[in-house]
Design a protein around this ligand. Structure first.
Ligand SMILES: O=P(O)(O)OC[C@@]1(O)O[C@H](CO)[C@@H](O)[C@@H]1O
Ligand SMILES: [Mg+2]
Length: 344
């Protein structure tokens, strides 16, 4: 039959089928033809529970592009009015003055909105999945341990790109990953200003607003667009290593090295083939969890900077569209030690 990308995405996330899909499915059933994939998906018990894309971003409007709710301003919540959506909260705050605090360094910023959004996401998820665990950026900053156990665990970055958010630079995302048995099962990343919803579910593909994502097939650094982030440490020794890593890639004649201020959105660009590689020292499990599933499902590679398998807690990563590219980038890099998320 004809492939419908939106329907494929809905299947991947176990979302309710559209009316048209249901009607087609029941027609096929009645006519004794091939059972639609959707029906098989429904019968199989989902040990991971309800699909992330629906609940994850706080159960507002589960439609790509409006998952966090639509509209530009948050309504003032009153007894009759619905709670403002996360998107409305973020977009409203984006245009306002913010009270900014710092965390591990003067460049590691947090605002009230980071805390508010994280709290809303966790409370929505907790209502539905009381036994699940959470690893979340602002809880970790407040001292919560980041330990990934075999239990179902949501890994949340309420605002990725807080520095952008503070400056009104429109590259800001919400990122939510989900792991069971220490294996990443799915991830959603929402580009708040462009209303792009990136989703990935293990074994079922990666999508952006219904369009299937595919990484680039580039294997040659001298033809690559490479993305990275600076990391929060700014002491002279760290900066020297950071700049020298960038210099090494430029010496290898990479077309360009970009820093956009949001590792999750940079990784989504990689997943969509708009960049060929990504590397970073100093990112965290909440930057990587959702994006890793999305990249892998788009056909890409996510690995440790040593060239070995990814360690979600190691605060370092190389990702690329091809293994050749990832290996070349890993070989070019000098390590910057940021410690581990699970040892802080
Ligand atoms: O604090 P935030 O906004 O969630 O993270 C912002 C960010 O640029 O800083 C991290 C460390 O460099 C990056 O991985 C991440 O994308
Ligand atoms: Mg954040």
């Amino acid at each position: 039959g004809k492939s419908n990308p939106l329907a494929a995405e809905r299947r991947a996330f176990g979302l309710a089928a559209s009316r048209a899909t249901c009607a087609r499915a029941s027609r096929r059933g009645r006519e004794g033809r091939r059972r639609p994939q959707l029906a098989q998906t429904r019968r199989r018990p989902l040990h991971i529970g309800c699909p992330a894309a629906v609940v994850a971003l706080a159960a507002h409007e589960p439609r790509p592009g409006t998952l966090l709710g639509s509209g530009s301003g948050a309504s003032v919540p009153g007894p009759q009015s619905p709670a403002p959506t996360l998107l409305a909260i973020i977009r409203k705050a984006l245009s306002e003055e913010k009270r900014v605090s710092t965390k591990t360094s003067a460049a590691d910023l947090v605002t009230e909105t980071d805390h508010l959004v994280e709290g809303l996401i966790i409370s929505e998820l907790q209502k539905r999945f009381p036994s699940h665990r959470f690893i979340a950026e602002e809880a970790a900053a407040a001292g919560a341990k980041c330990v990934l156990t075999p239990s179902p665990t949501w890994i949340v970055d309420p605002i990725d790109g807080t520095c952008n958010f503070v400056h009104r630079f429109p590259t800001v995302a919400v990122s939510i990953g989900f792991a069971v048995n220490q294996e990443l099962e799915f991830g959603v990343i929402y580009h708040c200003t462009e209303e792009r919803l990136y989703t990935g579910r293990r074994g079922r593909g990666a999508f952006c607003n219904g369009q299937r994502l595919r990484v680039s097939g580039e294997t040659d650094i001298s033809k690559a667009l490479v993305l990275t982030e600076i990391g929060p440490k700014r002491d002279p020794a760290t900066l020297k290593l950071f700049l020298s890593n960038m210099e090494r890639l430029l010496h290898a004649k990479a077309h360009g090295v970009r820093v956009i201020g949001s590792s999750t959105l940079a990784l989504c660009h990689l997943a969509s083939g708009a960049a060929d590689a990504y590397y970073q020292f100093g990112l965290h499990c909440w930057d990587l969890a959702a994006a890793t599933v999305i990249i892998r499902e788009a056909g890409g590679i996510v690995m440790d900077t040593s060239g070995g398998p990814l360690d979600l807690m190691s605060c370092r990563v190389v990702a690329a569209g091809t293994r050749e590219m990832a290996t070349l980038i890993a070989q070019a890099l000098q390590t910057i030690n940021y410690g581990r998320d699970d040892e802080k």
